[in-house]
Ligand binder design. Structure first.
Ligand SMILES: Nc1ncnc2c1ncn2[C@@H]1O[C@H](COP(=O)(O)OP(=O)(O)OP(=O)(O)O)[C@@H](O)[C@H]1O
Ligand SMILES: [Mg+2]
Length: 412
């Protein structure tokens, strides 16, 4: 199929003769395309067609994409650290800037490792709340991570002003559950920030962007948007030191989580660890209610500069704050009742005009089928063995019963 900017929508890829797509209502003018972006409707291996730019960070560009074979929508993340790379003459190939060949290759390797982390999250049983990886392509001298295309927007979009504690809790609880599963598998995210937590249409948080590659972008010699003030407040002090022996583990992710809660409460990120060491203070909530006070306590606990003073892991948070957690169940019922939604609820579900078609569940099924066929057949096998043993035991029981009866009759 041939796609063309004047005849097809760059968001949903359907025929669209007008600037505003009649199917998904995406306005072509909203596809901000720069010279370093892949040309619209570029074809990648395995039939992925590149659509509009969904976003761009310090080390990658994310595009909407369509897989021609089945017409499913994906998001494709192209490894492209702007400070190290440029495009070749064909507008597709990625080439190193002067003297940057080595670093471009080093961080490309990290990008691939990050993709491997995502794959590990899908190992059976899959970790809920992490974006699903569909494919990894290597072409144009770079790497493309193909993911499920999420519908919604990042937490950053919402955290521009203080929010209610109840609203924060709606995403905090599932996020903690995801952390728990990740940390139990010794997977540490390393880059929790409002940019990298996506809120889907049904208000579920989804983690994106494991920070392995980003740590490279933080490399001191590299000037990048990735080290902007907004992100700095979420980086634990031990991560900032960037030294080989600085330990990164659950404590580190929990520091960033504290930053998220803080930003939810205040509408601004906490001061960076570097500034805090020099005396910058965290803000306090004014006259907090019970739930807000609880969240503030948790945020401050997580944001302790001394890693040993932070909660050790999610279980520790549950232990320490568990009682309060229970009490909150009643409050939760109030939130989930549409009749009692507070004004902040209005901002929870954004308008999804641009992404009206929803293929998330189809993609999940496909990805799950690809990844877990083996596990499923194993489960089937164990089920069969279980049934066999169960019936064998019943048979044995019946035979024993008959035999005993025989003996008893013999007695008479
Ligand atoms: N799987 C996805 N589905 C839909 N949109 C996505 C997906 N992955 C990323 N995006 C969008 O692309 C944007 C850019 O992502 P990217 O990680 O490159 O940059 P960022 O998160 O804004 O910045 P940072 O460099 O701090 O991570 C995200 O903010 C998000 O809106
Ligand atoms: Mg990101």
């Amino acid at each position: 199929m041939n796609y063309h900017i004047t005849t097809h929508c760059p968001n949903c890829f359907r025929a669209s003769p007008s600037a505003v797509c009649p199917h998904c209502h995406f306005n072509r003018k909203d596809d901000i395309r720069h010279i370093h972006h892949l040309p619209l409707f570029t074809r990648l291996d395995k039939g992925y067609v590149i659509g509009r730019v969904l976003g761009e960070g310090g080390f990658a560009i994310v595009y909407a994409a369509l897989r021609e074979a089945d017409g499913l929508a994906f998001a494709v993340k192209e490894y492209y650290p702007e400070s190290l790379a440029s495009r070749g003459l064909n507008n597709c190939t990625v080439q190193a800037k002067r003297n940057e060949t080595e670093r471009l290759a080093v961080w490309q390797k990290r990008f691939k490792e990050e993709a491997e982390h995502l794959r590990r999250c899908q190992d059976y049983p899959a970790i809920a709340g992490v974006v699903k990886r569909a494919d990894l392509l290597e072409q144009n001298n770079t790497v493309y991570l193909v993911m499920e295309r999420l519908q919604g927007c990042s937490l950053r979009t919402f955290l521009t002003e203080p929010k209610s504690a109840q609203w924060i809790l709606t995403w905090l609880k599932p996020l903690l559950a995801t952390f728990e599963q990740l940390h139990n598998r010794q997977i540490f995210h390393r880059d929790i920030s409002p940019n990298n937590v996506f809120l889907t249409a049904n208000n579920q948080p989804v983690l994106m962007d494991f920070g392995l590659a980003r740590e490279g972008v933080r490399d001191s010699a590299m000037k990048s948007s990735a080290v902007g003030a907004g992100t700095e407040g979420f980086i634990a002090p031990e991560q900032m030191m960037n030294s080989a022996n600085s330990r990164v583990d659950a404590h580190t992710d929990l520091y960033s989580l504290g930053g998220l809660i803080y930003m939810g409460l205040h509408g601004e990120p906490p001061p960076s660890a570097a500034h805090r060491v020099q005396g910058a203070k965290l803000k306090r909530c004014q006259a907090p209610d019970k739930v807000t006070a609880y969240l503030e306590k948790l945020a401050w606990h997580c944001l302790a500069l001394d890693r040993d003073k932070r909660p050790e892991n999610v279980q520790a948070i549950k232990r320490e704050y568990g009682l309060f957690w229970q009490e909150l169940k009643a409050e939760e019922k109030i939130i989930s009742n549409p009749a009692t939604k507070n004004i902040n609820q209005k901002t929870i579900v954004p308008e999804f005009k641009h992404n009206e078609y929803d293929n998330a569940s189809k993609i999940s099924n496909i990805i799950n089928n690809q990844e877990f066929v083996k596990n499923e057949s194993q489960t089937e096998f164990y089920k069969l063995v279980g049934f066999f043993i169960f019936y064998a035991l019943i048979l044995l029981g019946v035979i024993t019963w008959i035999a005993l009866k025989e003996v008893n009759f013999g007695g008479y």
